[in-house]
Design a protein around this ligand. Structure first.
Ligand code: BMP
Length: 273
C-alpha cells in the first residue's frame, strides 16, 4: 500500500536517514504527530512553553532568529528539554541562497543550526545546489532536510510545476531530503513515464493547522488536523498560535493535548478505517 496507509512504525523501518527514522519512531512511541511551533521572542517564554508542551509533541519547531536574548545557553536548555521530553528539533530556517552561502549559514554564525537541529528546511528556488550545499554540512551529522514544495498562505507561488520540480529535486537527493513542507501528499508528483516511485516515502509536515479560526490578517490559512492528516494524507501537523497563543500555562497544556489527540485520531482513521 501507499506509504501513508502504513503505520509510522512500519515506515520507520524503511527509512535510512537517521532524522527521518528517529522522527517516525518518536511519533509511534509517543502516539503524537504534533509539532509545536514556538514563535516567541523571549528565551524564558520559549523554554517555558516547550517544557509545557514537550510531553505531547514529536517535534518542536523553532525560529531562533526571532529570540531577542539568544545565547548558546538557550541551545543547551533546548537540548536538555529534547532529552527530557523525547522530541526532535526542527529549525524552520527556510534557506534560500546558493549552495556555498547556505552551507555557511547552516554551520556557522551565531546560531550554528546544524550542530543542534535534527531537521531544517529550504526553498527549492535556487535549484539543486542548495541541497548539495546543505548536505555537505548536514549529512555527516545525520541531519534531514525538508523542501518547501507548497505553502499555507493565500496567493503563494509554490504551486504547479514549481511543486513538481521540488519533488524531482528531492528524488535526486533521497539520502538527505526526507520530505516536504506541503499541504498534501506528493506521491508520484513530477515522476517521468516509467520512473519507479511507488516505494518512495517522503514525510509531509504541514503548517496552517488550527481548530478555532480559519486564518489571520496576513494571509495565513488554517485547516483542521482531520483535513490535513486524514483527507490530505499529511504526516505531521504543525501548530503555533493555536497552542502557545492561548494565555495561561494550563490552557497551553490543554491545547497541546487537544491537538495531539485530534492529530492521532485522524491518523488512526487513515491507517485502520
Ligand atoms: P501559526 O500556527 O501560528 O500560524 O504558525 C505557523 C508556523 O508555520 C510559523 O512558524 C510559520 O513560519 C510556519 N509556516 C507556515 O505557517 N506556512 C508555511 O507555508 C510554511 C511555514 O514554515
Amino acid at each position: 500500500p501507499s506509504a501513508h496507509l502504513q503505520t509510522y512504525a512500519q515506515r520507520a523501518e524503511k527509512h535510512a536517514n537517521p532524522a527521518a527514522k528517529a522522527l517516525l519512531e518518536t511519533i509511534e512511541r509517543k502516539s503524537s504527530n504534533l509539532c509545536v511551533s514556538v514563535d516567541v521572542t523571549k528565551k524564558a517564554d520559549f523554554l517555558r512553553i516547550i517544557d509545557i508542551v514537550g510531553p505531547y509533541v514529536c517535534l518542536v519547531k523553532t525560529h531562533v532568529d526571532i529570540i531577542e536574548d539568544f545565547d548558546s545557553s538557550l541551545i543547551d536548555r533546548l537540548k536538555e528539554l529534547s532529552a527530557k521530553h523525547d522530541f526532535l528539533i526542527f529549525e524552520d530556517r527556510k534557506f534560500a541562497d546558493i549552495g556555498n552561502t547556505v552551507a555557511l549559514q547552516y554551520s556557522s554564525g551565531v546560531h550554528k543550526i546544524a550542530s543542534w537541529s535534527h531537521i531544517t528546511n529550504a526553498h527549492p528556488v535556487p535549484g539543486p545546489g542548495i541541497v548539495t550545499g546543505l548536505a555537505s554540512v548536514g549529512t555527516p551529522l545525520g541531519r534531514g532536510l525538508l523542501l518547501l514544495a507548497e505553502m499555507s498562505t493565500k496567493g503563494n507561488l509554490a504551486t504547479g510545476t514549481y511543486t513538481a520540480d521540488a519533488v524531482r529535486m528531492a528524488r535526486a537527493h533521497r539520502d538527505f531530503v526526507i520530505g516536504f513542507i506541503a499541504m498534501h501528499r506528493m506521491d508520484g508528483i513530477g515522476a517521468q513515464a516509467g520512473e519507479a516511485v511507488e516505494d518512495e516515502d517522503f514525510l509531509i509536515l504541514t503548517p496552517g493547522v488550527g481548530l478555532d479560526v480559519k486564518g489571520d490578517s496576513m494571509g495565513q490559512q488554517y485547516r483542521t488536523p482531520r483535513e490535513v492528516v486524514l483527507e490530505s494524507g499529511c504526516d505531521v501537523i504543525i501548530v503555533g498560535r493555536g497552542i502557545y497563543g492561548k494565555g495561561s500555562d494550563a490552557e497551553v497544556r490543554e491545547q497541546a493535548e487537544r491537538y495531539r489527540r485530534e492529530g492521532w485520531v485522524a491518523y488512526e482513521g487513515r491507517v485502520s478505517p
